[in-house]
Ligand binder design. Structure first.
Ligand SMILES: [Zn+2]
Length: 703
């Protein structure tokens, strides 16, 4: 079972749905409690089957009957068919159970693999650099052949066969008992998890609708920057600059550190805009609209006096600066209300919060919270803040949570690197041919390098590149890489090495793993960490000098500051979801006030002491908070995991064998994976100690 996408898109996170994942939930109502015969039927089946198979089967049988009963509804059959089903499908001895397990494992691999094959083929025109995309190509690309598989498996009763024979588990059980399970037991647990939910189709549809609606709201939330007027009546930004909230606004703040003349004024202006969005005091009329000039301090709006975009002929006879009516929070509420409807059909994780932490992340919320708090309360924060303040030459301002000045110039220009890469890789085929050499440079043996290379197909990508795993051993992983007509450029090469890292992980964690039901890694943060390790050595692969110590130090400080920032964002996301579960009847306005209060509270606790300013709301600006169902904690956890994996690789020396050893662990809990990989569970220590070292090395004169 895969709980993570089989694609790895690294620039933007992808939404490809695995056959069995949280996005494809089964679709029938659980109304077993209204089946009057169920209790008696289970009791008589228990007596009958224990008589047949012996007392040793009692515990398994009771569990299996309970699991089937929990999901069986009247439409699945009457008492007689229920009894017949159980009598025919309970595997009462170990040898039958093993046969059942092996067949399911083999066939689930075939199912996943062929679904992946259809998806890959259907997306070919959209994904590859292969001529124009016609409108129907997008329809093929959007088709998900596995959308109804879980429904089908409940309807044909294969899901009930699994539930009758293999254990559903809670995260608590996986964490406390998991380390003692053997590999087959783990694989059985993953098999059963595929059918841990049976959600009615109309509920799934509602979730999808809320997701689509909020996504569409977010994806059109642009600010026309030329039309922002500052306190002096000046336009700070160039014509036609249209920035999507929050991504482009945040990235503009980052880029403005390089603008020594107007950067600070622009950053202050963007902070003002962000605060208006969060508090929903932004005039509704200026959202995605270039017809108005807006002063985000006074909130004055007037018809634009200069034009920079084709806005059509819309006449605005009457307009006002009336605030957006809390639409942002109405969208969030809809996602909450939809997610909440899934709760009754998900007995082992009966809230969205539980599904995110217990199923997707498999790290308890309390532990995640503790790790994030360890970062935001670290004594390293004020030290790094003082360093940033010195580099800026002014007191910190709230938007400096996005400080971006820890970048060092490389030893080579982009043009030099482009020429070297284009010469080496004029075509995608040239890159394909070189993969065994590349892998040997990472310390893989010639045989191993060739073996992995044989399992990777390189295709020319339409976009910047991505990796797509095989999902069955008879197929190959695909590496999509961008090659210009003048050959591959450096950026394309850097991405290609990252995507190749995904393919190497995919190959080991599928083809070399003992049980294919354990294919993959615990979650996307792990495959990203492994891919980034290879990507970080791209210059050496070209025969050039590795980045120097200074570059490494600055990168560590940059990563730590980013983790500090995004940890607060994640804590806000978590508190807001708890508030919604505590106040299910809230109005959008109440949710707005609560979110603003939560953001201020987190800021005042962990940021105000460093920034010397209270009641800042900026941590609530992330768009993911509105449309991504409690996704944000994945970012800081990802940073922590990446540091742990990197540190282990550095300590181990040769990357190849260590990479293989780690990747073959497969889809167990993050802590089990990390203990196997590094000897320690997932945690913040690697990041903190690397940051400590980096800070010390930057300030030797202060000792
Ligand atoms: Zn990636």
């Amino acid at each position: 079972m895969r709980l993570f996408p089989v694609f790895a898109f690294c620039v933007s996170l992808c939404s490809a749905s695995p056959v069995f994942g949280e996005t494809t939930m089964p679709a029938v109502t659980v109304d077993n409690r209204s089946l009057p015969w169920m209790k008696g039927a289970c009791e008589s089946l228990q007596t009958q089957l224990i008589a047949k198979y012996g007392e040793s089967q009692r515990v398994r049988l009771q569990r299996g009957l309970h699991q089937v009963a929990e999901f069986w509804r009247s439409g699945d059959g009457d008492e007689a068919s229920f009894k017949e089903f159980v009598l025919n499908n309970f595997a009462g001895d170990q040898s039958t159970l093993n046969t059942m397990f092996n067949r399911f494992q083999g066939l689930v691999e075939q199912l996943n693999g062929h679904m992946q094959e259809i998806t890959r083929e259907f997306r070919q025109q959209a994904d590859l650099d292969a001529g124009p995309v016609l409108p129907f190509d997008d329809l093929f690309a959007g088709y998900d052949p596995s959308a109804h598989v879980v429904d089908d498996f409940f309807n044909n009763k294969l899901a009930f066969v699994v539930l009758l024979n293999f254990p559903l588990t809670t995260l608590e059980e996986r964490l406390t008992q998991g380390p003692d399970w053997n590999r087959q037991q783990w694989a059985e647990v993953r098999l059963a998890q595929m059918f841990a939910k049976r959600v009615p189709a109309e509920v799934n549809l509602e979730v999808a609708r809320a997701a689509a609606e909020s996504d569409s709201y977010i994806s059109q939330y642009n600010i026309w920057m030329f039309h922002l007027i500052d306190q002096n009546g000046q336009r700070l930004f160039p014509p036609k600059l249209r920035l999507l909230s929050h991504w482009n606004l945040r990235d503009e703040i980052k880029a403005d550190y390089a603008d020594h003349e107007h950067g600070l004024a622009k950053q202050r202006c963007i902070q003002q805009v962000m605060e208006r969005i969060i508090t929903q005091t932004i005039p509704g009329v200026v959202v995605n609209n270039s017809r108005f000039d807006w002063n985000p301090w006074t909130n004055e709006v007037r018809l634009a006096t200069e034009f920079d975009a084709d806005s059509g002929d819309t006449a605005y006879g009457n307009f006002s600066n009336a605030p957006e009516p809390s639409t942002r929070y109405a969208m969030l509420l809809k996602t909450f209300q939809a997610a909440q409807k899934v709760d009754p059909y998900s007995p082992t994780a009966p809230s969205l919060i539980a599904r995110r932490f217990d199923e997707d992340r498999e790290i308890p919320e309390q532990r995640v919270r503790a790790m994030l708090e360890q970062v935001v309360t670290s004594p390293l924060v004020p030290k790094l803040a003082a360093l940033i303040q010195r580099r800026l030459g002014r007191p910190l301002e709230p938007f400096d949570i996005w400080y971006d000045g820890f970048r060092s110039r490389g030893a080579y220009t982009e043009a030099q690197l482009d020429a070297i890469v284009a010469n080496k890789y004029p075509t995608a085929g040239a890159f394909q041919k070189d993969i065994p050499n590349i892998l040997m440079k990472f310390g893989f043996s010639p045989e191993k390098a060739q073996y992995v290379a044989n399992n990777i197909v390189v295709d020319p990508a339409r976009g910047s590149g991505h990796a797509m795993g095989a999902s069955m051993r008879s197929a190959k992983a695909h590496l999509r890489t961008r090659v210009e007509s003048t050959g591959m450029n450096y950026k394309g090469f850097n991405i290609a090495i990252h995507e190749m890292g995904h393919n190497v992980e995919q190959t080991f964690s599928l083809n070399e793993i003992d049980d294919t039901l354990l294919e993959g890694v615990p979650n996307t943060a792990f495959t990203e960490a492994l891919a980034m390790v290879l990507q970080g050595h791209d210059l050496e692969l070209l025969g050039l000098a590795a980045p120097d110590e200074q570059t490494h130090t600055l990168k560590t400080l940059n990563d730590f500051w980013n983790t500090y920032e995004i940890s607060g964002v994640a804590l806000v996301d978590m508190d807001v979801w708890h508030w919604m579960y505590d106040h299910p009847e809230a109005s959008p306005q109440q949710l707005r006030d609560a979110t603003v209060g939560i953001a201020k509270n987190i800021w005042n606790k962990y940021y105000a002491p460093v920034f010397d300013k209270r009641d800042v709301v900026l941590l609530a600006v992330y768009s993911h908070m509105i449309d991504s169902f409690l996704y944000l904690p994945d970012y800081p956890i990802g940073h922590l995991i990446a540091f742990q994996v990197e540190e282990q690789m550095r300590n181990a020396g040769a990357i190849g064998p260590e990479f293989e050893r780690m990747a073959k662990m497969g889809h167990v809990t993050p802590d089990m994976w990390m203990i196997h990989a590094t000897g320690k569970p997932v945690g913040a220590e690697s990041l903190l100690s690397a940051t400590d070292k980096a800070l010390t090395s930057l300030a030797p004169q202060k000792k």
